[in-house]
Design a protein around this ligand. Sequence first.
Ligand code: ZN
Ligand code: ZN
Length: 130
Amino acid sequence: MHRVLFHYEPTSNWGKRILYLFHGIHHDFPNETDRLVMPSITSLAIASFIFAVHYLLLGPAGIPMFAGFLAGYLYYEFVHYSVHNSKKKIGWTEAQRKAHLKHHFQDATNRFGVTSPLWDYIFGTYKEKV
Ligand SMILES: [Zn+2]
Ligand SMILES: [Zn+2]
């Protein structure tokens, strides 16, 4: 989602504005804690939509699937927040901290994974800038 949606390059002015609000603002102000996570009202709207999709597609089985999705999202927010704000090194997130900071400060076209480099390895976006 980070690579395909947040780094999409829209041609319309409203598309550019929306993407700036969703992600560009985080790149312009990467250390502002107020901009690390979505505003609560936006998160609630998006979560409601995702819950509806889970429930419509899976019925009652969509509820635990949605809970798993939320747990994964909270883990992502934890890692992202600690990458930008923790002064302490947190063992298993240290490699991702270095990679994410390279995404911000060296090359925004690489290293999109925040919690894991898996998809960057698969799509060939985990590479040094040449
Ligand atoms: Zn970031
Ligand atoms: Zn980005």
